[in-house]
Design a protein around this ligand. Sequence first.
Ligand code: NDP
Ligand code: MG
Length: 380
Amino acid sequence: MRKIAVLGSTGSIGTQTLEVVRENDDIQVTALAAGSNAELLEQQAREFRPRLVSLQDEEKAKTLAVRLADTGIRVLSGMDGLVAAATEETAQIVVTAVVGMIGIRPTVAAIEAGKDIALANKETLVTAGHLIMPLAKERGVRILPVDSEHSAIFQCLNGEGQNRIDKILLTASGGPFRGRTREELKNVRLEDALKHPNWSMGHKITIDSSTMVNKGLEVMEARWLFGVEIGDVQVVVQPQSIIHSMVQFEDGAVMAQLGTPDMKLPIQYALLYPERRFMPGKRLDFGTLRSIAFEAPDFVNFPGLAMAYEAGKAGGTMPTVFNAANEWAVAAFLKRKIGYLQITDIIGEAMAHHRKKEDPDLDEILQTETETYSYIEDRW
Ligand code: NDP
Ligand code: MG
C-alpha cells in the first residue's frame, strides 16, 4: 500500500491525482489540504477517508469540522493545517499541488519529515531550489516530478546512471497566442488567455502558459531537478504537446518521451515510480498524426521567457522576485485590474528595482516575496 497526502486536492492536479487513486486500489490517501473549497473537500474526505483534512480558510474549516464530525477525520486550518497535512505521520509521498509560493513551507516540512515529494508546485523549486534539493539529498527523500515536461525528462534519464546530460530540450506548446506580436497581444481579454490549446489546468498556470512565464518557471525547475546550468536548458516549441521533453547526451543521442497530453500519466508515474501500470485513455496514433512540428521560441514578443532566463542566471533572490511579481500580476489580471501586457511589464520592473541577495534562506525568500508585493502595490 502506498500512502499519500495531497496538498491542493481540490485543484486541477489535486483532483486528477485523486482520479489516479480511484484507479489504483493500492494507493491510499492519508491527508488532504485545500484553500477554501469546503464543499469539494468534504466530498473528497467522505470518499477517500483520510486521517486529516485542512482548509486555508479558518471559518470554513470550523464549519467543515462540524459537518465531518461523524467521520472521525481531524479538520485543521491555515498554514499549520497545511504543514500538518504535509507531515501526516503515515504518508510516504506528499503530492504538492497547491499553487504558488505558499507551497514552500509545507514542502520543506514534508522533506524534513522524510516524505518523498511528488512535485507539481514548481514555484517552490524556482524560489527555493537551492535549499530544497540539498535538503532532500540529506534526508534521503526523492523529488518525483509531476510537471509533464519534467516527468518526461525524468523518464528519459531512466537507466542512464552517471551519464552526463549535455542539454535538456524543454518543449513548449507556445500557448494560445503563439505567433502573435506584442501589438496584437495588447487587447487580449481574460477569456482568451484562459483558453489553452492542449491542456486543461488551473487559472494561474493557464495564464502563465499564455505568457510563456510558465516555460520560464519550468526552465528554473529543470535546472534544480536535474542539476544542470540554466544555459543547458533549451526551450523548443512543439505546438501539438506530443513530445513532452527531451534529453540530449554527450554523444549527441536525444531521448524523448511522447504521449497524448494527459496529466494523469506523469501523476501516476510519480506515485508508482518506477512501476508502469495500465492507464485508460487515448494512445498516440502515428498514422493520423503524420508529422510533429517544431519552432524556436519567440523571446521578443514573449519577454517573460527571456526574463526567466535572466532571473535564473542571476540566481539568489532574483527568481523569487520574478515569481512573486508574476504571482501578483496574474492575480491582478485574473481580477481584471491590469491589462495583459502589464503582466510582463510588472515582472520586468520588479526585477530591475531589486537588489539581489545571494543564497537566501527561507525567511529571506519569504521576505523578498513580501517586499516584491509591496513594491508593486505602491506603483500599480
Ligand atoms: P489550481 O488552481 O487548479 O489548484 C490549486 C489548489 O491549491 C486548490 O486545491 C486550492 O484550493 C489550493 N490552494 C490554494 N491556496 C491554498 C492555500 N493557501 N492553502 C492550501 N491550499 C491552497 O492549480 P493547478 O492544479 O493547476 O496547479 C497546482 C500547481 O501545479 C501549480 O504550481 C502549477 O504550476 C502546477 N502544475 C499544474 C499543472 C496542471 O495541469 N494544472 C501542470 C504542471 C504543473 P481551493 O480549490 O480551495 O482554492
Ligand atoms: Mg509543464
